[in-house]
Design a protein around this ligand. Structure first.
Ligand SMILES: Nc1nc2c(c(=O)[nH]1)N[C@H]1C(S)=C(S)[C@@H](COP(=O)(O)OP(=O)(O)OC[C@H]3O[C@@H](n4cnc5c(N)ncnc54)[C@H](O)[C@@H]3O)O[C@H]1N2
Ligand code: MOO
Length: 405
């Protein structure tokens, strides 16, 4: 590897080494959306809990197809059904319980009705197979089945599935707590006037949103002065309060870059300088806490695009490992047709691309300016096109992309 840069895969392995899921906590189902299940959930009920009708119509036994039948009961959804009298049918509504003795439902549009002195009658069509328009008990879930596996993110359908069991509380992994420290004396917060040489902090809101999207909670967001002692104090304080300490900037080689030195003083620098573009000076490590545990450290380069790419490649899997959510460990990969040409040198390039889904396949359009300071390149980015080191891509070539989701 040129210039002793570390491969991204090795850095990921080092980052995730020894990371275990955080403790579980119980939360009401009403606020559990987006959380990750700490334990598998076993179904205690069949869903649906009883055979029911898929249509508004008539329940009957299929041997009575083609006959005029007396309507012997009326079953609305929510009512319990009685045994069906032989040779009769039941008026039934969608979701209504199928009466014992019936084995199919015919929709009302196919039935002719008439009212006689002794009650209603209905003429059934001739072709009604047994089981027609029936939703069998347990068709979706059987009691005793694993309803949801540990590690499942509670998306809308998973929440619905839990509610379908009558569940009101759920055990989820605690959200990873992240401290977000912005270095750089030139970086100031929006809301203040911008003096010469200063720049507003773009990384903080971007990273906060990304971290929350991955499932973490930002518990601390502060600025750190470009000073060794101040950096040490901030890192120690952040490690005491968070599971993950993320810094932006200050990881390059200039004498104002104090983050690595402070990390080495307080904890361990596991890895620095990766064979990736953008994001070369990314630093990974650990910070000790007073209770003998360690906080993980991710030092993202200050350039906003380097921070953006570093967050997707490193903070997403780290959050996933702390949540016990394997789906976050690797970004989904897809093959696409390059709608651009490029060459790479010693670093693997993660180009921001928009994806076009067409009948001919997937096209990857690269933003025109791929410089690591050009945050516009990330706004419409659907994916990162992964262009290996020392390679050439021509327009129309098939390339690997990591889908940003
Ligand atoms: N002599 C060398 N210089 C640099 C090298 C190198 O190998 N040798 N690597 C370059 C690369 S690649 C990167 S990436 C940057 C990263 O440096 P740092 O992580 O130390 O970042 P800073 O110098 O603090 O900032 C870089 C750039 O980004 C702006 N910045 C920082 N924080 C924010 C923020 N929160 N919001 C908006 N913009 C931010 C900062 O003003 C700088 O312009 O180093 C190269 N140099
Ligand atoms: O690695 Mo830096 O992020 O290319 O500019």
């Amino acid at each position: 590897m040129a210039d002793d840069l570390q491969p991204v895969e090795a850095a990921l392995t080092a980052l995730l080494d020894g990371v275990a899921p955080l403790a579980a906590e119980t939360v009401p189902l009403a606020v559990a959306g987006g959380r990750v299940l700490a334990k598998s959930v076993t179904a205690c009920l069949d869903v649906p809990p009883f055979d029911n009708s898929a249509m508004d119509g008539y329940a009957l036994h299929h041997r009575d197809a083609g006959k005029w039948l007396a309507v012997s009961q009326r079953i609305a959804a929510g009512q319990s059904a009685q045994q069906l009298q032989p040779g009769s049918c039941a008026r039934i509504f969608t979701g209504g319980e199928i009466p014992p003795g019936a084995d199919c439902v015919v929709m009302q549009e196919r039935v002719q009705e008439r009212v006689e002195l002794d009650g209603e009658r209905a003429l059934m069509p001739t072709d009604i197979p047994a089981g027609d328009n029936l939703r069998r008990r347990g068709r979706d879930v059987s009691a005793g089945d694993v309803l949801l596996e540990a590690g499942q993110t509670l998306n809308p359908a998973a929440l619905g599935h839990l509610a379908g069991q009558g569940i009101t509380e759920v055990s989820v992994t605690r959200r990873p707590r992240v401290a977000l420290l912005s270095t750089g004396d030139e970086v100031i917060d929006p809301g203040q006037p911008l003096a010469a040489g200063q720049i507003y902090n773009s990384n903080r809101p971007m990273l906060r949103q990304l971290l929350e999207q991955f499932g973490a909670e930002v518990v601390l967001a502060e600025r750190v002065a470009d000073d060794f002692d101040a950096t040490c104090r901030c890192l120690a304080d952040a490690a005491a309060r968070a599971d993950v300490v993320v810094t932006t900037g200050g990881v390059s080689v200039g004498e104002e870059d104090h983050v690595k030195a402070a990390l080495t003083q307080l904890g361990e620098l596991d890895l620095w300088r990766l064979a990736m573009r953008p994001g070369k000076p990314l630093a990974l490590g650990r910070l000790p806490r007073t209770d003998d545990s360690t906080a993980r450290f991710v030092g993202l380069p200050g350039n906003p695009v380097s921070s953006f790419v570093g967050a997707w490649l490193f903070l997403r899997p780290l959050t996933g490992a702390l949540l016990g959510c394997p789906a976050l460990n690797e970004l989904p990969r897809l093959r696409a047709r390059a709608e651009f040409a490029t060459t790479t040198q010693a670093r693997q390039h993660y180009m921001r691309v928009a994806l076009d889904f067409t009948a001919e396949g997937i096209g990857a359009r690269a933003f025109r300016d791929q410089n690591s300071g050009v945050l516009s390149s990330c706004i419409q980015a659907d994916a990162l096109a992964v262009i290996p080191a020392h390679s050439e891509v021509r327009q129309g070539d098939e390339i690997d992309c990591l889908w940003l989701q």
